[in-house]
Design a protein around this ligand. Structure first.
Ligand SMILES: Nc1ncnc2c1ncn2[C@@H]1O[C@H](COP(=O)(O)OP(=O)(O)OP(=O)(O)O)[C@@H](O)[C@H]1O
Ligand SMILES: [Mg+2]
Length: 249
């Protein structure tokens, strides 16, 4: 039996323009098994953020279903969906979304302060362990504007993980930081998966990021190209590059 924390079936999203309704996500189906680090790769405008917003409960699909931790996400009331999201998903954004007038320490603790139920996968050694793993000792009393981009992104990932979400979702987490800071972020994702069993769903246009994951799926013009999907030891920089070339992206 599959042990998927997340399952998307036949997902569609249409947006309207003066020229009519057009699909930006078409017939997308995929699953994320617990404990896996899964990447969806695609160029700008391919529908990555739209897809991630639909599977995280932020944006209702035009068609199809999302099953998160055994719940049909859009069959729930809005209130129950919000609570499920809060207790199940840690979300990391490209532009950090830190609260400027809270310290690093307060930003990381925020999910607990607003009542997130600590999940089973929570950091065993709590805030101290996360702060140590993320190299944020000495920064706890700083404010976001006093940090580098890479440090801000590490704070936002620590915040996403503090309540032990069943799944970490990230939308272009390295899109706004240097290549070396981005590599540090991807190493943290890899270690969270390997050492804490953290399930991760990443969307990115960056092949270097994708190479850290257990599975890579390719999105082009709103469609997933399953025939090019890579898994396990097939996930290498060169196999990613050749899939992108085959797809013309
Ligand atoms: N609210 C909206 N209304 C109309 N069109 C939208 C809306 N949101 C997104 N789109 C369109 O849907 C398509 C996919 O957008 P999306 O943001 O999902 O792409 P993306 O892959 O995340 O791109 P990027 O890498 O640039 O972040 C784009 O053509 C975009 O213009
Ligand atoms: Mg996007």
């Amino acid at each position: 039996m599959s042990d998927a924390i997340l399952q998307a079936s036949e997902l569609y999203k249409f947006y309207g323009t003066a020229a009519g309704r057009f699909p930006v996500v078409r017939e997308v189906a995929f699953a994320v098994e617990r404990g896996r680090f899964v990447t969806i790769m695609g160029p700008s405008g391919s529908g990555k953020s739209t897809l991630l917003h639909m599977v995280s409960g932020l944006e209702p699909p035009s068609g199809g279903t999302v099953t998160l931790d055994g719940h049909d996400l859009y069959a729930l009331s809005e209130r129950r969906r919000t609570l499920l999201r809060r207790d199940t998903i840690g979300f990391v954004f490209q532009f950090y979304n830190l609260i400027p007038n809270l310290t690093v320490d307060e930003n990381i603790r925020l999910p607990l302060l607003i009542g997130a139920e600590p999940g089973e996968g929570g950091p065993k050694d709590g805030l101290e362990g996360l702060v140590r793993d993320f190299g944020l000792e000495g920064k706890l009393k700083s404010y976001p504007h006093q940090l580098s981009g890479g440090e801000m992104q590490r704070v936002s990932i620590a915040r996403a993980l503090i309540a032990g979400p069943a799944i970490l979702m990230a939308d272009e987490p390295t899109g706004n930081i240097s290549t070396s800071a981005g590599e540090e972020v991807m190493k943290l994702f890899r270690r969270s998966c390997d050492e804490r069993g953290q399930t991760i769903l990443l969307v990115t246009h960056n092949p270097r990021d994708a190479a850290f994951s257990d599975e890579v799926h390719f999105l082009k013009d709103g469609e997933l190209h399953d025939e090019h999907a890579l898994r396990g030891s097939d996930v290498t920089p060169s196999s990613i590059a050749s899939a992108l070339a085959d797809l013309g992206i």
